[in-house]
Design a protein around this ligand. Sequence first.
Ligand code: TXA
Ligand code: MG
Length: 526
Amino acid sequence: MNTRIFNSTDKKEIDEAAALLKEGKLVAIPTETVYGLAADALNPKAVADIFKAKGRPQDNPLIVHISEFSEIYPLVKEVPDNAKALAEKFWPGPLTIILPKSDIIPDEVSAGLATVAVRMPSHPVARAIIKSAGVPLAAPSANSSGLPSPTKAEHVIDDMMGKIEGIVDGGECAVGVESTVITLATNPPRLLRPGGITPEQLRSVLGEIEIDSAVTNKLKEGAVAASPGMKYKHYSPKAEVYIVKGTFSSFRCFTDEVMAEGDYAVCFDGEEKNLKLPCFCYGSEDSPSQQAQKLFAILRDADKKGAKRVFVRCPSMEGVGLAVYNRLIRAAAFRVINVPEIIGLTGQTGAGKTTVAELLKEKGGYVIDCDIAARKIVEKGSPVIEKLKEAFGEDIVFENGELNRKALAKKAFSTEENEKLLNKITHPAITELVRKDIIENKDNFPFFAVDAALLFESEIYDYCNRTIVVCADENIRLQRIMSRDSISREEALLRINAQPSEQYYLSKADVVVKNNGGEIILADLF
Ligand code: TXA
Ligand code: MG
């Protein structure tokens, strides 16, 4: 078949494309979401051809597109008030509403279901074509089944050339992901597919809505999909896609480490400068709409470059981000890699590490205090206590088996050699405890902060993606130590002088936080 490309700016060509549709032929049309593969929705033979051209499973129903609100009436049993309210607010636009269907909807469209999905697109070309054809148009995304949806005419050409009658070129799609699908056939209404209209926007009209679990999770084996489209492999390029959860810094460390021939990264704008992998940028980190607009084109471009693996920075799931995540998780066949960042937090005594640790907790991080870990490993009966007894003698424990800290300190700090021996026994146990804590919690936090006075001397340092050194003026530190530990100025000075110099800490810091008591700003960290 010869596939004709129509120019959407020419009214005559629009009418010609519409005439083909009216005759029962297939024509791909631009919409604001993605390109659709259209046919007369009331012509069962034409609709059956859509399934053939796409290679689409027969049980996956289609969306019927209209150009005016009044055109919904013949398609459904009735138009409830909540449908009117949604249409009033979001039509024309990227929202599909499911309602019990009328008898004129062929089974081919609804795939045998008792409901029909209806949408009024906002793209002027789409509406002009529907109007000119004079029939509602059934239109799934115009990709071969399973591939990323087309957001440019060239994507449709790649998938459909020779298989359909025509393609109307309307430029790039503005939204970039398919419409939000909500069913009003359930109570409360249920979101089946997130898109350009967000759950918050839907709630503003409908009040309570449910979000189908298939939106973010894999459908369980044998479960019935509320929306049949959810159960199929989707949006998948040939490359293996991986979603990488964590901060940018952990993403960078991870990709630097695993990178191999054929690997690509999908990152937020500006991050490409600091990555070794070749990158596709999918918009600003705080703009899910930009990410949505670019995502599918990037997945197709990755295939064109012959990408083997694509590592994608995980989008936020807020607002339109939910739609971006929903498409990505399917493109990635549910492969998600958690790489929480590990931040080492250190500084001289009295510098105010604890205040910074609290701020990191507020940012959603999990803070591990090595002082606490150091106490845990010498609990009564622990293997470390046994080793310490072997090294320093039985009298470092009380009769009840508890550690006698004073006795241990006296022996361990008597010579440099003894101090080394103490560290050799305790440090690996502390590191192990910290490691376990991180592994146990790694799926629940975007980053970890390990608060360790001796960070640079310990093995934990090897696990850190970045280090924060907290510092403060010496007289401020002196005051803090004196009041914290109720000791004299001389004693406080002794402690300060027992530690390495500030210069030593600063030379090893990735980030320096000055904490003289004023406001601390950590914004640049993330
Ligand atoms: O933005 C869009 O919606 C694009 C453009 C072309 O309008 N169309 C689109 O169609 O994405 P399609 O066929 O790729 O996706 C339609 C989705 C599928 O997941 C399908 O299972 C679901 O809507 N769907 C259609 N009718 C349904 C029904 N009666 N009940 C439940 N789900 C339905
Ligand atoms: Mg589709």
